[in-house]
Design a binder for this molecule. Structure first.
Ligand SMILES: [Zn+2]
Ligand SMILES: [Zn+2]
Length: 137
């Protein structure tokens, strides 16, 4: 299993406390995490600006990606697209427990863009219930 240090080294990033914290939280979880979920029981460990900048740096370096949900809240997940995930992939959002997962497999998106439009990203979020929530009810 890859470590936080290996990820930072591979991207020529210094090992700061905040980078380390965010990456280790994401490595521990299969699900995507919001800013508050990342901070968990330590909401004041890093100031807001540091935390936000760190997320931005990690995103710009292609280490993590953001997932914008239908209510406009944002969650973050590690990029693992060199393995099982395609670069453009869908996400699943559980309406009950709010868990967000990256889905493997290519997102099929067939819309035609008007002339001269350029596509940067496609967000697809599938809403539903995760297996845990289905089996609970
Ligand atoms: Zn659920
Ligand atoms: Zn994802």
């Amino acid at each position: 299993m890859i470590t936080v240090e290996e990820i930072l080294n591979a991207h020529d990033l210094r090992n700061t406390g905040c980078r380390k914290f965010i990456l280790s939280e994401l490595l521990k979880n299969d699900a995507a995490l919001s800013e508050n979920e990342l901070k968990g029981p330590y909401p004041d460990l890093f100031d807001r600006v540091t935390f936000y900048r760190t997320l931005k740096t990690l995103e710009e370096k292609g280490i993590i990606h953001r997932i914008v949900l239908n209510d406009n809240s944002v969650k973050y997940a590690l990029n693992r697209h060199h393995q099982e995930y395609e670069e453009m992939h869908s996400h699943f959002h559980c309406e009950k427990c709010d868990e967000v997962l990256c889905l493997s497999g290519k997102t099929k998106f067939e819309a035609e863009l008007p002339k001269d439009f350029i596509k940067h990203e496609v967000y697809v979020v599938i809403e539903g219930f995760c297996a845990d929530c289905v089996h609970q009810s």
